[in-house]
Design a protein around this ligand. Structure first.
Ligand code: ADP
Ligand code: MG
Length: 604
């Protein structure tokens, strides 16, 4: 047998390594920003085009590279940051693997310009897919500029795997936020398609958090400071009343490196214990400083996970520090008492007085109010005139009609029309049907009804919108504002009207009918969260998520008492749905029990 093992050529090895280091444009952003920080830059500019798919450029004013180093920096395992194995246990820099630039250069077009303080002229190197195109002298400011163009140009499979610009931009902004929060004294700016998204001057930590997450964040922050022999803890937690239904703003930094650690997250969240209702997550920005020797950052290639040598003790210290600080700031017991009622029913704002004079709460809110005219009845010819007509093409209208009538005809007996429905346990609507009895879950059924209505509004019909007497300003973090801009048109299609979208807030002057003003913030937040979590690709699925999210937010909740008219409304509308048996999330909306099954029980 001939020998078959051969060494992979460097460019192939680099491409393989690149797969680990560079998953998406945001990974490049992280590596380049970290290199700039390691180079002791005080001003760092990030320029992105088309979600990083065409350009990612980082310009820093750091110490730059010599001619030889500039060339060497693209070699695999070329690093100035460690020299021997022991150094691995004493890492003070972000990078240390010497893989990033080699990996990036293997899968993109890279322009590097760099100059050291004492140099007359700097170096300009152009590389495409690990091949050096040229290297020459150039006049350039002190520091380094690295432009990464056409990422994955030579790996079409990876390029095709990239998500929509919305999602890739979000990943980039997330990565950017982690870096800027870890280094408040460094100035950062971020430009996307020529728009300045962030401009962050050198500041202290509190100012940096506020600059990133908006003015209103300031009042939310409770400072955390603790120094022990093995750890120093600094930073902030948000007061419990600002807890969110999403995990968004949870940041741990260890020795100024963003990390994820479920165990320590538990230490923090459990310190909030009784202060939060279930389903709510505290926001936190916590900076842990430990001796470099006590951690192992080497266990994960992208380095967001680290291992502590004494995790249990850290847990205990962290937990008690947070608890103590919450108590000290007197947010504990008071909020516990005041919060629980409103938090348990986050959607039920109708009885709550609003603080803002701008918000008028509609205390007569009735989800069915605007719908009465559209009321649908069993076997009624109104089915033909119903709002569904416009959703379908001519042929499918016919199908719906037939389907609706078949469902009704087969499910309900003539007597049902006169028969009453009943609500049991504020949860189920029960009604007699031809074959026996039907139990309908009011919440899930209403979700289905609203879902189909919203889909119709989004895709076909001009949505009805109610004008707000006073425009409503709601602030969001930058990231969310970007997302809102992306889905603005869809939001308008379902009835939202925007006056303006500013830097960190939106001004709304119209909302879909059926929504009350005080619900808007929570509905939009939930919507954004759902869109983020679903990571949709096609625009269709994004619309679908919006419809689902709104349906979930607005559906009548379990525990709501329904009068007869409302019960009938649900029954009627459910069974003209295209798919009445499942909620938009695939849960069963109703069950039937045949008379034979009931008979059997009694005959036994
Ligand atoms: P690592 O950061 O793990 O050392 P990289 O591939 O990211 O590996 O970078 C290789 C080397 O190139 C670094 O060790 C550093 O010496 C040099 N370098 C990279 N980016 C910069 C920069 N922006 N300014 C100065 N030197 C840099
Ligand atoms: Mg690096």
């Amino acid at each position: 047998m001939p020998d078959i093992i051969q060494l992979l050529p460097d460019h192939v090895a680099n491409q393989i390594a690149a797969g680990e280091v560079v998953q998406r444009p945001a990974s490049v952003v992280k590596e380049l920003l970290e290199n700039a920080i390691d180079a002791e830059a005080t001003v760092i500019k990030l320029i992105i085009k088309e979600a990083g798919k065409t350009l990612i450029q980082v310009i820093d004013n750091g110490k730059g590279m010599s001619r030889t180093d500039a060339r060497l920096s693209f070699e695999r395992h070329a690093t100035s940051k460690i020299k021997k194995a022991e150094d691995l246990f004493n890492i003070h820099t972000k990078g240390f693997r010497g893989e990033a630039l080699a990996s990036i250069a293997a899968i993109a077009h890279v322009d590097l310009k760099s100059k050291q303080e004492n140099q007359e002229l700097g170096t300009y190197i152009k590389i495409e897919g690990s091949n050096i195109i040229f290297q020459e002298n150039i006049s350039t400011p002190k520091g380094t500029s690295i432009a990464v163009k056409h990422l994955f140009y030579n790996i079409p499979a990876r390029r095709n795997f990239l998500k929509s610009n919305t999602i890739e931009t979000r990943h980039i902004i997330n990565e950017f936020q982690r870096v800027v929060l870890a280094h408040p004294t460094i100035s950062f700016s971020l430009y996307h398609n020529e728009n300045e998204i962030y401009h962050l001057s050198s500041s202290n930590l509190r100012q940096r958090i506020v600059a990133v997450f908006g003015k209103k964040t300031n009042e939310k922050l409770v400072p955390i400071n603790e120094v022990t022999d093995i750890i120093e803890i600094n930073g902030f937690v948000a007061k419990p009343e600002f807890a969110k239904k999403k995990r968004g703003e949870q940041f741990f930094f260890v020795n100024n490196r963003f990390i994820k650690n479920a165990y320590l997250n538990h230490a923090v969240t459990s310190a909030f214990e009784s202060l939060l209702s279930s389903g709510y997550h505290p926001s936190y920005f916590l900076y842990l400083t430990v001796p470099p020797k006590s951690i192992d950052i080497n266990i994960h290639p992208t380095k967001t996970e680290i291992k502590f040598s004494d995790e249990k003790t850290l847990y205990a210290i962290l937990h008690s520090t947070i608890k103590h600080s919450l108590g000290q700031y007197n947010v504990g017991p008071v909020l516990d008492f005041e919060r629980s009622a409103s938090l348990d029913t986050p959607y039920n704002f109708k009885d709550k007085k609003s603080n803002s004079p701008k918000i008028i709460v509609d205390s007569d809110f009735n989800p069915f109010k605007n719908e009465e005219s559209k009321s649908l009845h069993f076997h009624s010819k109104q089915t033909k005139n119903n709002q569904w007509e416009s959703l379908y093409t001519d042929t499918s209208i016919h199908n719906v009609e037939v389907e609706a009538e078949t469902v009704n005809a087969s499910l309900f007996s003539e007597e049902t029309k006169t028969n009453k429905t009943y609500q049991i346990h504020k949860k189920y609507i029960v009604s007699s049907i031809k074959s026996g009895i039907v139990y309908i879950n009011q919440n899930l059924a209403h979700q289905r009804i609203l879902y189909e209505e919203f889909l119709e509004n989004i895709t076909v019909k001009e949505a009805t919108s109610q004008q707000l007497l006073f425009p409503l300003e709601i602030s969001f973090i930058k990231n969310d504002i970007e997302l809102i801009k992306e889905i603005k048109e869809d939001l308008e299609n379902i009835g939202f009207k925007f006056d303006k979208i500013l830097g960190d807030s939106i001004i709304i002057n119209g909302i879909p009918t059926g929504i009350i003003e005080s619900q808007i913030t929570i509905i939009i937040e939930q919507l954004l969260e759902d869109i983020k979590n679903d990571i949709p690709n096609a625009s269709f699925s994004q619309l679908d998520i919006m419809a689902k999210s709104l349906a979930k937010s607005l559906a009548i909740k379990t525990g709501t008492v329904l009068n007869l008219k409302e019960q009938e409304e649900i029954v009627n509308k459910l069974f003209i749905c295209k798919q009445p048996d499942l909620s938009p999330f695939g849960k069963t909306t109703f069950i039937t029990i045949n008379i034979e099954e009931i008979d059997k029980i009694f005959n036994n």
